[in-house]
Unconditional design. Structure first.
Length: 598
């Protein structure tokens, strides 16, 4: 975790050096601030001349000749010290804020980039709400710490050291009284920090759970409304919210102990110093000005101690935030690219699965030594009962997951030898659940190739039978598509997805039941568009509805994670096996549906 912190601040070490210099000047101004008051009390109101160590002021400025001259010098010194401290404070605040903002920027990008590198296996178990909380709340916590606390802690420690030195120089026995309480205070702070950290971690967990519930509830708002289950979602949120409140109040209860304890220690030390100092003044061994400076230093001495104590909460929050971020960054569920990975250019599209086994959990395999071969330009359908592993096969081809055993090859090259970007550029997808993004139609079509020209976008839309409905939209290709494309019909979304695949112009096309949720008219338009898209490409299509096996050269039948059958549709029907049974069930279901509609 310490390594992560240093990696984040290393690019800004020049700015940090400026901040540290400014803070040292602030320390010097803080240490010098009480001395003009001592001059007034002991020299202006006392013997009416400057001390010998300021004799130059008497010689050149005449400040030390009378009471008002000493007071004038003390006032000028106060203004000078304040001005120097103010400039140093401005430089300090400006550059610490800059460092905090840029550290947060770098950290957000680093987390987001790492999340995109993780395999889908990671997201099978991750809570999206918790990830969003980490990218937002935890990064903001670290930003605030970097902006306001990082060097403040170092400066407070330096201030304490200088302050103790000056206090020993002024009155060493007084200083022993003050310092005697410090170890006890530090022991309390150490144990206090552990309690705050545990409480803060629990608050973060509850906040993440709360965010996950909100994210899930809003993401499924249509289903919630359709089933009238708003009460259930509200009850879940209420329970999580109450848990968050309880955790936050517990953390606040612990944090609130710190300030009273430190204040009492300061009050005890001050009372003892006042009593002892008065005795020394009466005895004539100490001046009123010296006691005033010492009391000011005593207050300043405990201020950084109190600041460090109050920072215990901030440090605990930052530590928890760093732990949560480190948990993401240390995840090794990454699809790794070999150092010597290649980009072979455009492939022909020959695909081979060689004894491939895979399971989302190692102890629960989904595929068992699956083997098949697809020639360039072939159209191959993959069918089988639900849970037989059809979608898993498609997820392994672009390396969304890696198989546990076996090899997948494209044009004889193992997919693990491809550069990931090069591999995935060879494959275009049209899926059953089409995801569109908030933006224009033009941007959604060009998502697979952002450098596409307007003419290419238009041509792709025409191939996909999408141009006719896009031109009827209020702003045509510049019309805004709502989140997930909910402002469009299912058929319109699919045709934009097909246009997106067309413009990608990849040699391999993957179709995952793209017409399953469409009505008859939309299905006809989508199938016409798919026929145009499939020309000259190797096509793998998953089909639950067997009538969507458009011109398949070969059909691979999966059952229980095994290749049960393989051949043309006519061969499989003649064999009377698994495919023939699926075909019979499909036609019985279709006939029942037609009769019910009649």
């Amino acid at each position: 975790m310490t390594r992560l912190v240093f990696e984040l601040i290393r690019p800004y070490r020049g700015w940090l050096a400026i901040v540290f210099g400014a803070m040292l000047i602030e320390i010097a101004a803080t240490l010098a601030a009480p001395w003009p008051l001592k001059l007034v009390i002991d020299d202006a109101l006392g013997n009416h001349h400057l001390p010998h160590w300021l004799a130059w002021a008497h010689e050149y400025g005449g400040f030390g000749k009378h009471t008002l001259g000493v007071a004038l010098f003390a006032g000028a010194a106060t203004l000078a010290v304040a001005a120097i401290g103010a400039v140093a404070s401005y430089v300090d605040n400006y550059f610490t804020t800059s460092v905090g903002q840029w550290v947060a920027n770098d950290l957000r990008l680093r987390i987001y980039e790492h999340l995109h590198r993780l395999s889908l296996r990671y997201y099978d178990h991750a809570k999206i709400g918790a990830l969003v909380s980490t990218i937002t709340t935890d990064v903001t916590t670290i930003q605030n710490f970097a902006s306001a606390s990082t060097l403040d802690i170092a400066v407070d420690l330096i201030t304490i050291l200088f302050m103790v030195g000056l206090m020993f120089w002024l009155e060493w026995d007084f200083t022993l009284i003050a310092v005697a309480f410090t170890p006890l205070l530090l022991v309390f702070i150490f144990h206090f920090k552990k309690a705050v950290k545990a409480a803060t971690r629990m608050v973060r967990v509850k906040q993440s759970e709360l965010l996950s519930i909100v994210q899930r509830g809003l993401g499924s708002i249509r289903v919630t409304k359709a089933f009238g289950r708003q009460d259930i979602e509200l009850a879940r949120l209420e329970e999580a919210s109450h848990a968050t409140v309880a955790a936050a109040l517990r953390a606040r209860q612990i944090k609130s102990l710190m300030s009273p304890v430190v204040s009492m220690v300061v009050a005890i030390c001050t009372a003892i110093v006042l009593w002892k100092g008065t005795s020394l003044i009466v005895a004539g061994t100490m001046t009123v000005g010296a006691l005033t400076v010492y009391l000011a230093y005593l207050k300043q001495f405990f201020k950084p101690v109190k600041d460090l104590a109050s920072m215990t909460s901030t440090v605990a929050q930052t530590t928890v935030a760093l732990e949560r971020i480190q948990t993401i960054l240390s995840s090794d569920e990454v699809i790794k690219e070999r150092d010597n990975a290649i980009d072979p250019g455009r492939v022909r599209g020959a695909i081979t699965f060689d004894r491939v086994s895979f399971g989302y959990e190692k102890e629960e395999p989904v595929l068992h030594e699956v083997s098949f071969a697809i020639e360039p330009g072939q159209v191959v359908g993959i069918v089988g009962p639900t849970g037989s592993g059809k979608s898993t096969v498609l997820s392994l081809l672009p390396r969304f997951y890696d198989p546990l055993f076996g090899h997948i090859r494209i044009d004889g090259i193992d997919v693990v030898d491809f550069k990931l970007a090069a591999l995935r550029s060879q494959i275009a997808f049209v899926l059953q659940d089409t995801v569109l993004f908030h933006g224009t139609v033009r941007e959604n079509i060009a998502y697979g190739r952002p450098d596409a020209t307007d003419d290419e976008i238009l041509a792709a839309a025409k191939v996909a039978n999408a141009d006719e409905f896009i031109t009827r939209m209020p702003l045509g290709y510049d019309s805004i598509v709502g989140e997930r494309g909910d402002t469009l019909s299912g058929g319109q979304r699919q045709r934009i997805a097909i246009a997106r695949a067309v413009i990608r112009n990849s040699p391999i096309l993957v179709l995952d039941e793209p017409t399953a949720a469409l009505d008859a008219e939309s299905e006809r338009l989508v199938i016409d568009a798919l026929r145009q898209l499939m020309k000259g490409r190797t096509v793998i299509m998953i089909a639950h509805r067997l009538n969507t096996l458009i011109g398949a050269d070969k059909i691979i039948v999966l059952k229980d994670g095994l290749v049960a059958e393989e051949g043309t549709q006519e061969e499989l029907l003649a064999r009377g096996g698994v495919f023939a049974e699926l075909h019979r069930i499909h036609h019985q279901t279709s006939a029942s549906g037609v009769a019910a509609a009649a």
